[in-house]
Write a protein that binds this ligand. Structure first.
Ligand code: CIZ
Ligand code: SF4
Length: 319
């Protein structure tokens, strides 16, 4: 506990000294989320993180999250220094969508409007017409569909399938998935729901179709947090990374939160619904990068300029 207190006070001091602000994703360790709140930074989903970094006056932004979030911050703020506790923190959706293969796929289907999820590399965004997050995917696809456009969607097939089903748009899907959300099990959820019949089931749309179908609310992290605050239910079964429980419990202290099962028999697996890359963000490497400035996110100028267009479209659409 002493070491933790020391690390936290050092981080607070160095953030000030270096004119830096900390933005943390809902899936990071509660210690990191708390520090971001206490130091005037923000805790948010990837869309809100992008906006915050863009509007905050600090010359250095420390992004506690995964690589694509740091790259997005850099694309939107080329003049700022963007640091991450570790550049090794990636995402299975990003890894599963290599830029050269993606480029070839797009070229094969050049009649389609290319829409990519924010969870992609800068190089993949550079080939896209639109970037979306799970907060705005549906609205943007609806709009494109209404204009008669056919969509090429990448990389998350579960989110893609969900959006396709709800909008009826013509969507060709890349075959990618999130290793965390993909583990939620329909059978286990059914068993858990029988134990807690009054609980509302909240599901992130990166989850498998059968799990999404059992949901009372399907939504992005911010939308699921909002549901806990506003629905009359006392109990909630939550199918997304368990890092989100910190913010949910803070905003709705009287509600009971239950982790959705990642095993088919209804047993919850405490360490399963936790992104291994988000978990790479800790107090030690956060302090290290603040003091040493290594682990700086850099995006090559051509890529950055090309990726800015679809990102700006998303920010303008959602503003
Ligand atoms: O699973 C992720 O990485 C999410 C939900 C990102 C986001 O949009 O906040
Ligand atoms: Fe990627 Fe899934 Fe981790 Fe989010 S939770 S960063 S989608 S692997």
């Amino acid at each position: 506990a002493d070491e933790k207190t020391w690390l936290e006070s050092r981080i607070k001091a160095v953030l000030k000294e270096k004119d830096a602000v900390l933005v943390a994703h809902y899936y990071t360790d509660p210690d990191i989320q708390r520090l971001a709140e206490e130091t005037g930074g923000c805790v948010a989903d990837s869309l809100e993180m992008a906006r915050f970094g863009n509007q905050h006056p600090a010359s250095t932004v420390v992004v506690a999250g995964v690589r694509f979030m740091g790259e997005t911050a850099k694309i939107l703020n080329p003049e700022k220094r963007i640091l991450m506790p570790t550049l090794e923190a990636t995402c299975s959706l990003d890894v599963g969508c290599p830029p050269d293969e993606f480029e070839a796929f797009c070229n094969e289907h050049s009649d389609r409007t290319v829409v990519v999820y924010a969870n992609t590399s800068a190089a993949v965004k550079a080939r896209a017409d639109w970037v979306v997050t799970s907060s705005c995917a549906q609205a943007i696809i609806e709009d494109l569909d209404a204009r008669g456009e056919k969509i090429l969607w990448a990389p998350d097939k579960h989110l893609g399938h969900y959006v396709q089903k709800t909008t009826g748009a013509d969507m060709l899907l890349w075959d990618g998935s999130c290793i965390v959300h993909e583990e939620f099990k329909y059978r286990g959820l059914e068993d858990l729901k029988a134990l807690y019949p009054d609980a509302a089931v909240l599901v992130h749309p990166e989850s498998p179709d059968a799990v999404v179908e059992m949901a009372d609310v399907v939504g992005s992290t911010s939308q699921l947090i909002h549901a806990v605050q506003t629905l009359p239910n006392q109990e909630f079964i939550v199918a997304t990374d368990n890092g989100i429980f910190y913010k949910m419990q803070q905003l709705a202290p009287n509600k009971t939160l239950i982790e959705a099962p990642t095993a088919g028999d209804g047993a919850t697996c405490r360490s399963c619904a936790q992104c291994p890359w988000m978990a790479m963000n800790g107090l030690k490497n956060l302090l290290h990068v603040l003091e040493h400035g290594d682990q700086e996110v850099l995006v090559e100028a051509d890529t950055r300029e090309a990726a800015l267009k679809p990102l700006r479209r998303m920010l303008d659409f959602t503003s």
